[in-house]
Design a protein around this ligand. Structure first.
Ligand code: GLN
Length: 446
């Protein structure tokens, strides 16, 4: 009731939720009370959460921030949200996002932009900006997000939250509407690393319904939170601290480095030599996969259908032309072009080769250091509308986050401080399946 009241009071201006499921939330809360009274509660029983509106939730609208799915009531539940239901968590509703998670500002949503609670003239980041804004404004206790190229970490950085992008394959993608399947990964967005650990405990684990899910035991993410950082080797990639990085963020990370040293860590410079190739590679691979994934929205089986189609071709054309927004169309065109005969070798294949080089950079770095520390974005939250007419300038802001998705490695974003009232973000990237260690390091820092 507390959170529902806050949503009612504050979300009119923030627009962090697309759908608020007040009635079922109160029912779930009642069931959680009964479960707690019966003594079979888990850590998240009764905890009010919100889910990014691209996790399918049975019997509820799952819109992906798109007109295309505005009328789509999911007939099934995603693995992630099912696990939270099984844990007895309460779902307050579904949060706003860039259309089909394509964006870094939550401005491309069919439902309008979400505002950053720290400064409502600014974006909360994206694409999981609704989740970020909702957690930051205390319109839920914690939320789920997804990260294809930074969509958990960058909004966490813009709103002073902690957010974890797990290793690719650690969290099931089943029932998570696909954007770029080889990069997408769900994860927690919360106030602290401790909260993220509790969320991960529920989210992580093998799922036979997701063919890329990894069958590896799930550690106790909370058990190691208090481990010492003595002897921890932290690497600072020199390519990430070059031109283009905002001075306040650079200063905040220098201050963080001192704190990590005081906690017993050794810090040294490393190199990720192919970092500058990440944006061009990502913006070929992600749209290529998106163009394939989004071909299912044809106006026939589900989602938006145009009125009075003349014939089948007209039905396809107009349903897609009217149902998708500008950014989604741009990605489909770029992706279809990159995959087309004659261009495949020049673009898609080249991008895949760069992807391997970027992965190799990480593997080489992890031979010298345990984790990598770097910013989450070149600047703090920008103004709503500032980059809307210049998609490439928006793509460039993903420079520090997309490498982890291309390599498949995990990363935790955590607050690095404030400048002029705006949160600054930083992230720690680790080797595959190092989520427990990353959360431990973030927790010690916090
Ligand atoms: N900004 C990136 C993109 O638009 C990443 C988005 C995401 O992680 N979902 O592709």
């Amino acid at each position: 009731q507390h959170y529902l009241k806050r949503i009612e009071q504050l979300d009119g201006s923030l627009n962090s939720y697309i759908t608020v499921t007040a009635e079922s939330a109160l029912e779930q809360a009642k069931a959680a009370d009964a479960r707690i009274a019966a003594g079979n509660a888990s850590a998240l029983t009764g905890i009010p959460l919100a889910h990014k509106d691209l996790f399918c939730t049975q019997g509820q609208r799952t819109s992906c921030g798109s007109k295309m799915l505005d009328n789509f009531i999911s007939p099934y539940e995603s693995t992630v949200t099912q696990r939270f239901l099984d844990a007895g968590s309460v779902s307050l509703g579904k949060t706003n996002l860039d259309e089909f998670a394509m964006g870094s500002s939550t401005e491309s949503s069919f439902y309008g932009p979400t505002r950053n609670p720290w400064d409502t003239d600014r974006v909360p980041g994206g694409s999981s900006g609704g989740s970020a804004s909702a957690v930051a404004a205390r319109l839920c206790a914690a939320a789920t997000g997804t990260d294809t190229g930074g969509s958990i970490r960058q909004p966490a950085g813009f709103t002073a939250l902690t957010g974890l992008k797990p290793t690719y394959g650690r969290v099931s993608r089943w029932g998570m509407v696909a954007y770029a399947s080889s990069l997408d990964q769900g994860g927690p967005m919360a106030r602290t690393a401790e909260d993220c650990a509790l969320m991960m405990q529920v989210m992580a684990g093998f799922d036979a319904k997701d063919s890329t899910s990894v069958d590896q035991p799930v550690p106790d993410y909370s058990a190691a939170l208090n481990d010492s950082l003595k002897g921890l080797r932290i690497g600072l990639p020199k390519e990430y601290f070059a031109a283009g990085l905002d001075a306040a963020t650079a200063d905040a990370i220098s201050a963080a480095v001192k704190q990590f040293q005081a906690l017993g860590a050794e810090v040294k410079e490393i190199s990720l030599p192919n970092a500058e190739l990440a944006i061009p590679a990502y913006y070929v691979i992600a749209p290529a996969e998106a163009s394939s994934n989004l071909s299912r929205f044809d106006g026939v089986r589900f989602g938006y259908r145009c009125e009075n189609p003349a014939d089948l071709t007209d039905l396809y054309k107009r349903s897609r032309a009217e149902g998708f927004g500008a950014e989604v169309k741009r990605r489909i065109m770029v992706g279809a072009y990159a995959l087309s005969a004659g261009y495949y070798d020049a673009y898609y294949l080249q991008a895949q080769k760069i992807r391997r080089l970027i992965k190799n950079d990480f593997m080489a770095a992890y031979e010298q250091v345990d984790v990598i520390l770097c910013p989450t974005s070149p600047t703090p939250a920008f103004k709503i509308g500032e980059k809307i007419d210049d998609p490439v300038s928006l793509y460039l802001t993903d420079i520090y986050t997309i490498t982890a998705n291309l390599a498949g490695v995990p990363g935790v974003a955590l607050p690095a401080g404030f400048a002029n009232g705006l949160p600054l973000g930083m992230q720690l990237l680790g080797p595959y399946f190092s989520e427990a260690r990353l959360l431990n390091i973030a927790h010690q820092y916090q």
